[in-house]
Design a protein around this ligand. Sequence first.
Ligand SMILES: [Zn+2]
Length: 299
Amino acid sequence: MKFINWKTRIAVIIILIMAAISFMSCKGKSTPTQPWVLAPVIKIQNPSGYPYNIVGQGTILTVTGQAWSIETISAIVDGRTVASAMNSAKIWKWDFILNIDYFGSPGRKNIIIRGLNQGESTDVTLEIINDENELRNQAIQFIHSDWIKAPDGGLARLIKANVYVINENFPEIQNNIMAAVGYMEEWTRLHFIFVHQENVTPIIIMRKVPDPILDTSPTPIPAITQALIRIGYNFINFPDNLQIKRICHEMGHAIGIAGHPHDGSIMDILTPNEEPPIFHPYQQKAVRIVYSMPPGSKI
Ligand SMILES: [Zn+2]
């Protein structure tokens, strides 16, 4: 009797364990790993309103935000799709970026940011002001508040619009330097040319230094003949996005921007590290205004 009881008991225990395992695996199958909500949702982060939504010819408006349950997102201006991005990794809460460089007819208007997910569609509107005069006014205000000036008010700028750049001794971050230079070139329309020291005297030097501080020392006189960007050893431990943003920031100083405005741009030191690099259209315009004049000009 005792022996049978043991056998029965073991059998019962095995059945219970198997039932528990099958119940758990069944539960596991019925719960999707990515709980996509039904309706697609879009929340725009940048531009966060005036004056960041003022645009003009030749500027790039970077629209960033979060999209939930969305596979593709696009920007529609005057009925025409002008930018789009795909959530190929199918991330439930996706941080999207759209770069828009076509704004259609002039004036204040709503453009459409449209998210699509398997036939489901959602639109949000984004107000932009496509106005050359207003863009220029904001650019001039930015120059007055945040540009490097000589004591007589003359505006400092790099001596040439063709900027020779050297990465002196930090090859490990070359890719991120190139990415940052790519952004700066698109935003500013300056030409950054990588050189070897033997070739030509560089204008911007990126130098790896033991000091973990990253800073720029442009000469505070109208013609910036050379800017040294010192990059600490530990910079290599920063995430790529942060490295790119920091290099953009220091290059911003090197080309003549003095200030740290609280505007969510690359010059804003309070922007969260994970946010993508942004340079507002009026800042882009400001660079073009300054570089359309000789060093030391006033405005
Ligand atoms: Zn700074």
